[in-house]
Design a protein around this ligand. Structure first.
Ligand SMILES: Cc1cc2nc3c(=O)[nH]c(=O)nc-3n(C[C@H](O)[C@H](O)[C@H](O)COP(=O)(O)OP(=O)(O)OC[C@H]3O[C@@H](n4cnc5c(N)ncnc54)[C@H](O)[C@@H]3O)c2cc1C
Length: 397
């Protein structure tokens, strides 16, 4: 790839200076000059109206120099103009990684009339936001979104790209990785930078959750990962933070293979486990489905939600929508009560990032006590009514 200024065409309008996301172009004697930190992204050439920048891009020619890939990117998933909370969590961990690398944190915002959301992304830690806006991008479409994200990645060459392991992120991430020819680690629960190599260490449960695998992608860029929602913590938003919002040209095409005709919200039971600050979960130790009323009563007293282990779900005591764990929901409430739950690694995978864990189990050696903040050894059927009674008294209920 190469770039050069054609001086005779340059009018000194400085549009290119404003268009460069990297501050890599300046005006000197009314002519544009390209600086050493140019990443060859081509934004200046796109912005120039006078053909004064000769930019030769080569796409699909392999990874080239890996050190030329810079910045940590987060795909900022939004639906109906509301950013998914998982995007803020990604910005939290992304900020940490970017600071470790001494690079910028960028968010990619795709949608229709979503410009007002960009400032929120900056408040949650982004240094810049690549923003694509078009009516055709209003609803998530795997093919179209993959076209656009792949285009941006090829153009700006980020070092790391993070997506939430949501329905959208799980569909989009692998498509983009395959197009670009890089790797992707799905469903990560931990991300760190290897201080020796600068590689991203991507940790996720493997072999049915029996061990934690740390995966690296040393030979390809960007390093891509999907991250489980509710595992990472968002930063406190700072509305005073400033950052750059960089409008990008959407890549649109005719003849998409799929088109969203209508969105029908799922009717039926909604369990707000993902948003709950307090979760009271029951397991096989309850002994009988009717004892779930003890769980419900405590949850109701505290304004919390009801969760369950897979053993309780598999026994048909409670619907799957309540299941917490590797094959259920990943939650991170302020307080998690584990009642009659042993603490199998697959259950812990879904709740161990809770701020406070209260475990009630009659077996003092139950693994759940290893992660519990407070442990109560005893019969859950005796202890739960006592706790509920005390909370009711304290809360004046
Ligand atoms: C691929 C895979 C995915 C999985 N995904 C999940 C998942 O998403 N979520 C999940 O939860 N599990 C999952 N599991 C299952 C997991 O391995 C455990 O089997 C399950 O979590 C056990 O549930 P439990 O703790 O309720 O039951 P148990 O392991 O049987 O534990 C019951 C506990 O209750 C205690 N107890 C009994 N009676 C009382 C009493 N009266 N008072 C107090 N304590 C009492 C016991 O001491 C025991 O510790 C998965 C397994 C696999 C292989």
């Amino acid at each position: 790839m190469s770039i050069r200024i054609i001086e005779e065409n340059c009018t000194g309008c400085a549009v290119c200076v404003r268009a460069c996301p990297f501050g890599a172009i300046k005006m000197e004697n009314d002519k544009a000059v390209i600086l050493d930190n140019c990443t060859l992204c081509g934004s200046c050439a796109d912005a120039c109206k006078f053909d004064a920048i000769d930019f030769q891009a080569e796409r699909g020619t392999g990874m080239g120099d890996l050190s030329s890939y810079r910045d940590v990117w987060v795909f900022a998933e939004q639906k109906d103009g509301v950013i998914d909370s998982a995007a803020f969590e990604l910005l939290g961990v992304g900020r940490h990684l970017a600071d470790q690398l001494g690079q910028d944190l960028a968010a990619v915002l795709i949608g229709n009339k979503v410009r007002p959301l960009a400032q929120q992304l900056i408040a949650y830690g982004a240094d810049k936001v690549y923003w694509l806006d078009h009516a055709d991008l209003e609803r998530f479409n795997d093919e179209l979104y993959a076209d656009n994200l792949s285009y941006l990645v090829e153009r700006y060459r980020p070092n790391i790209v993070l997506l939430a392991a949501t329905v959208y992120g799980r569909s989009l991430g692998p498509r983009v990785a395959a197009r670009i020819g890089t790797g992707l680690t799905a469903d990560c629960t931990g991300l760190e930078i290897d201080v020796d190599t600068g590689n991203l260490m991507q940790t996720r449960p493997a072999f049915g959750g029996n061990l934690m695998a740390t995966i690296v992608c040393p030979d390809h860029r960007p390093q891509m990962a999907t991250v489980r929602p509710r595992v990472m913590k968002p930063l406190e938003p700072d509305s005073e933070r400033s950052g750059r919002i960089l409008r990008q040209q959407p890549q649109l095409k005719q003849g998409l293979k799929t088109r969203v005709l209508q969105v029908v919200e799922e009717a039926g039971e909604t369990v707000n486990l993902l948003e709950a600050d307090i979760i009271v979960s029951g397991g096989r130790g309850l002994g009988d489905p009717k004892n779930f009323t003890l769980i419900e009563e405590l949850a109701q007293t505290l304004g919390g939600a009801v969760g369950a282990s897979r053993a309780a779900v598999d026994a048909g005591w409670i619907p799957y929508s309540h299941q917490v764990g590797q094959t259920g929901k990943t939650v991170g409430p302020k307080v998690y009560f584990a009642c009659g739950i042993s603490g199998a690694v697959q259950h812990l995978a879904g709740m161990s990032s809770s701020d406070i864990i209260v475990a009630i189990n009659k077996d003092p050696d139950a693994p759940i006590f290893k992660v519990a903040t407070y442990g109560i050894v005893g019969d859950v059927l005796e202890i739960l009514p006592l706790i509920t009674k005390e909370f009711k008294k304290a809360l004046g209920k």
